[in-house]
Design a protein around this ligand. Structure first.
Ligand code: FES
Length: 81
């Protein structure tokens, strides 16, 4: 099970972590990956300089925006499932 952790702390929320998560969820459904990818929320990961922070298992990404979500899914999530 791949675990995606999305920061829902105030800085990331303001920068669109909710929309980011919704797009990822839609991608998971589109690719039929329900049950193979788990998505959870987390409070501040202390990487909130410029955008949304996300972890994919132990890999940490920051500075993301909601418009990145679909590309992020296909580059950083799907190949690792
Ligand atoms: S609020 Fe998301 S990393 Fe700080």
């Amino acid at each position: 099970m791949l675990v995606i952790t999305i920061c829902v702390g105030s800085s990331c929320s303001i920068r669109g972590s909710d929309d980011f998560a919704q797009t990822l969820q839609q991608c998971i459904v589109d690719e039929g990956l329900e049950g193979r990818v788990d998505m959870v929320g987390a409070f501040c990961m202390e990487t909130c300089s410029k955008g949304v922070s996300v972890k994919v298992d132990e890999r940490t990404f920051s500075g993301l925006c909601p418009e990145d979500a679909r590309d992020f899914f296909y580059k950083e999530i799907l190949p690792y499932v």
